[in-house]
Design a binder for this molecule. Structure first.
Ligand SMILES: O=C(O)C1=C[C@@H](OP(=O)(O)O)[C@@H](O)[C@H](O)C1
Ligand SMILES: C=C(OP(=O)(O)O)C(=O)O
Length: 437
């Protein structure tokens, strides 16, 4: 177990990257994007926006340009739109396609074809679009968009930024005010970027949640987008450095939007040596550097209300909890069952295969922390899920015996260069860290 040392930057934020391409395609003029995540999920969105008539060009690594068609100006795609592994790309795009008078068919890989789309089909049908899908609202999906979409007034039944964003994107093309009520606040990158491109958005806090109103048919004007480092990607080197004794790393330029930082708050409650430096605003989003040092962790109880602010971080939090002293409980994780894999089951299997006791009680997960390194030595089935693969590899870094994953290929969806970056941190002190299959 060689310590991790050095300073790194993680790839651009996946949520913001998808949105930057989509808003660029809807704006009048040319949008310059810097720091775009060039992971497979986002590249699928780039290809889809081209198929819908926008000009999307890579100028240099991370530097992209989108010449948009104006709100309501997307054209009918000539072929099926394949959104690969990406739930965000698929669901946000449904919002756009439903509100243009065009016919389209969308599909994805085996993981995405298994994920529920009814959550966007239901509200978007009310704007006048027609959908035909496989049983249970699964992809492939055929969409006949509305010629004159109606503005929606929708209360989200699940806390989902993807559903909220799909409704708001459809609302761009509708005459009148679109209203979304979310019982729990979820990431607000869509609202921020709508404003950044010139739309009028009103947000009122209501209990734990928010009421969002968007005035329809605005003229969106191209605006530069600076994409911060993805906090959900930073989570992996961060937890690795906390767990491997002697580690001390700095992760520069990480997005610190308060609706994304639940993991950082949780790790601090566990006693993590994590501090923030050089906090600043970049392109309307809070950004800062993370300073991380290894140290002992204690168990934690994560309330359900915190889930939306760290919904993708539970597999890697479970790895941290495996090292912590005591039994951790994570509450209200039902949504994890419909991610790239059933992440409740996959996370439990990942820990169990490596000698850590886990219990699932309803929608809660309990991790029996060992107060030190777990045995490891397991072979982890990743189920086409990048976050399960990276969590397993980080577990292996801090375990007594190496961990093997069946398939590392899906890491490319969100974190290109993951192995090189992790091996570089270990290589600073000699040695090698992760080698996905
Ligand atoms: O809006 C987004 O960019 C995302 C929202 C979340 O999904 P849900 O909306 O399904 O919670 C998250 O899991 C996903 O990685 C990205
Ligand atoms: C859930 C995720 O992404 P998506 O829903 O876009 O596939 C994720 O990246 O963890």
């Amino acid at each position: 177990m060689a310590p991790l040392t050095g300073t790194i930057a993680v790839p651009g934020d996946k949520s913001i990257s998808h949105r930057a391409l989509m808003f660029g395609a809807l704006a009048v003029g040319t949008t310059r994007i810097s720091g775009l995540l060039e992971g497979e999920d986002v590249l699928r969105t780039a290809v889809a926006m081209r198929a819908l008539g926008a000009e999307v060009t890579q100028l240099a690594p991370g530097a992209w340009e989108v010449s948009g068609r104006g709100v309501g100006g997307l054209v009918e795609p000539a072929d099926v739109l394949d959104m690969g592994n990406s739930g965000t790309a698929a669901r946000l795009l449904c919002g756009l396609l439903a509100a243009h008078p065009i016919f389209s068919v969308m599909t994805g890989d085996a993981s995405l074809r298994g994920r529920p789309m009814k959550r966007v089909i239901d509200p978007l049908s009310a704007c006048g679009a027609r959908f035909a899908s496989r049983a249970g609202g699964r992809l492939p999906l055929a969409i006949e968009g509305a010629a004159e979409p109606l503005p929606l007034d929708y209360r989200l039944p699940v806390a989902s930024a993807q559903v909220k964003s799909a409704v708001l994107l459809a609302g761009l093309c509708a005459r009148g005010t679109t209203r979304v009520v979310e019982p729990e606040a979820t990431r607000d990158h869509t609202e921020n970027m709508l404003r950044h491109f010139g739309a009028t958005v009103r947000v009122a806090i209501e209990g734990h949640g928010r009421v969002i109103e968007l005035d329809g048919q605005p003229e969106l004007i191209a605006a530069p987008v600076v994409v911060p480092g993805d906090p959900s990607s930073a989570a992996f080197p961060l937890v690795a450095a906390l767990l491997v004794p002697g580690s001390a790393i700095r992760i520069g330029g990480v997005g610190l939007n308060p609706l994304r930082t639940g993991l950082f708050a949780t790790l601090l409650e566990m006693g993590a040596d994590l501090t923030f430096a050089d906090e600043r605003l970049e392109g309307g989003e809070r950004v800062g550097d993370l300073l991380v040092r290894a140290g002992a962790l204690r168990a934690v109880d994560v309330p359900a209300a915190r889930v939306p602010s760290m919904v993708d971080e539970f597999p890697i939090l479970a790895v941290a909890a495996a090292h912590a002293m005591g039994i951790s409980r994570f509450r209200g994780l039902g949504e994890l069952r419909v991610k790239e894999s059933d992440r409740l089951a996959a996370t439990a299997a990942l820990l169990t295969a490596n000698g850590i006791r886990v219990e699932i009680e309803g929608d809660d997960m309990l991790v029996h922390g060992l107060g030190g390194p777990p045995p490891g030595g397991g072979r982890v089935v990743t189920h086409m899920d990048h976050r399960i693969a990276m969590s397993a590899l980080v577990l292996g870094l801090g375990a007594r015996a190496p961990v093997v994953v069946d398939d590392g290929a899906f890491i490319e969806t969100s974190f290109p260069g993951f192995s090189d970056l992790m091996n570089g941190l270990v290589g600073n002190g000699g040695g090698s860290a992760v080698a996905p299959a």
